[in-house]
Design a protein around this ligand. Structure first.
Ligand code: GDP
Length: 395
């Protein structure tokens, strides 16, 4: 059996085990390294070759994006990662990195439960970092922090351990100030990040190495080793000893909530329908036998399959042949196929996609990004407002 087919089968198995699923997005200011990090994760999970990682092709699915070098659409990939002796299904949604696409970022956030916030160590938190963190928190999405381009502190800025540490702590403090401001009214959201907790990782997406408190304990590669190896041009060794993909995917598996933990908290935050209803219960409990509720976060065009709606299944199991309501339109649409994205390619699955997962659905001709698609008529997920750019203040 081919490697890809094996991965698809593994993903299929994990789809029915919500406690082993993590739905995540990577959120960052433009150029801070979101695409390079995504490629690292895909390569680490065996979805693309190690050599391809860093060439920024996997997530940039549109030709014009590749030409312009910015990601403007929310693509989606699924991968598996072993953590704590258990395999995990990681569904990664790509969020638009450009400032004009705030609405799309929010929509992508609605489909996920964890947001990996990427901040360039040299530039620090930027206005758009603040915007994406706010958008995540507004959607009840838990943050974790990856501070990228640490190689530049060592090689370009020639910083020593003390300066580096101060700079990194400043970045963490800035991000925490945002998190604290947005979560203080919620008892169930003690979400500030810290190195000690393992909710912060550092590294270089370009050179594919990373470190975190748990990784340092496991591999023995800490800051002094990183500085020494970077200076001695031993980046390949550093990647082999402390690969970024393992460090980040471990952090994802350990610290981001699974759908069973996330949906009870998130449904009341993101859905304005009747909290006491049977449908609300099904969504909170991730009931794969319940009514189908799917929220489309992105519509893309496939030359063969036509329009593909990507989004989160909050309840029920979405299957080929189902006739589903599309919010804001009359009549129903018939599901032609359902599947998942693997390394940017869509893989159709005969079995259907259960609650708690991200699905790629064809046949929903009336759906647009933001549509609620369901087997019963229901209050749609609220309309999405654009958040303007606030200015971050350095403390
Ligand atoms: P995005 O806009 O957030 O998707 O950022 P990209 O992943 O496209 O990266 C922007 C630029 O920063 C590219 O030229 C990358 O090669 C570079 N870059 C990304 N990660 C690192 C890193 O860890 N170190 C260095 N030195 N450059 C990086």
């Amino acid at each position: 059996m081919g490697r890809r087919k094996k991965i698809v089968q593994e993903c299929e198995k994990l789809m029915d085990k919500p406690e082993q699923i993590r739905n995540i997005a990577i959120a960052a200011h433009v150029d801070h390294g979101k695409t390079t990090l995504s490629d690292n994760l895909l390569a680490g999970a065996g979805m693309i070759s190690d050599e391809t990682a860093g060439q920024q092709l996997a997530m940039d699915t549109k030709e014009d994006e590749q030409e312009r070098g910015i990601t403007i659409d929310a693509a989606n990939v699924s991968m598996t990662h072993e953590w704590n002796d258990k395999n995990h299904l990681i569904n990664l949604i790509d969020t638009p990195g450009h400032v004009d696409f705030g609405g799309d970022v929010t929509r992508a956030m609605r489909a996920v439960d964890g947001a990996l916030v990427v901040v360039d160590a040299v530039e620090g938190a930027m206005p758009q970092t603040e915007t994406v963190v706010r958008q995540a928190l507004r959607e009840g999405v838990k943050p974790a922090l990856f501070i990228n381009k640490v190689d530049r502190l060592i090689n370009e800025l020639q910083e020593g351990p003390k300066e580096m540490q101060e700079r990194l702590l400043d970045v963490i403090a800035d991000v925490n100030e945002l998190i604290r401001g947005m979560t203080q009214d919620y008892e169930d959201r003690d979400w500030t990040v810290s190195v000690e907790d393992g909710t912060v990782a550092f590294g270089s997406a370009l050179y594919k190495w990373g470190v975190s408190a748990p990784s340092m304990a496991e591999t023995g590669v800490g800051f002094s080793e990183v500085i020494e190896m970077e200076r001695n041009d031993q980046r390949k060794e550093l990647h082999e000893q402390s690969p970024l993909s393992d460090v980040v995917l471990d952090m994802v598996a350990e610290h981001f909530p699974n759908p069973l933990e996330a949906q009870p908290r998130r449904i009341p935050t993101i859905w304005r329908g009747d909290d006491e209803s049977e449908l609300a219960r099904q969504m909170r409990e991730v009931d794969d036998d319940g009514d189908v509720v799917f929220m489309a976060t992105d519509i893309s065009m496939d030359p063969h399959a036509g329009e593909i709606a990507t989004g989160r299944v909050f309840s029920g199991t979405i299957r080929k042949g189902q006739e589903l309501y599309v919010s804001g339109t009359a009549g129903k649409n018939r599901v032609q196929s359902v599947g998942v994205f693997m390394g940017g390619e869509r893989e159709e699955l005969d079995r259907g996609v259960p609650a708690g997962n991200i699905a790629a659905v064809t046949g929903l001709r009336d759906a647009i990004a933001g549509s609620t698609v369901s087997s019963v008529e229901m209050t749609p997920f609220e309309s999405i407002e654009h958040i303007s750019e606030p200015v971050i203040t350095k403390s």
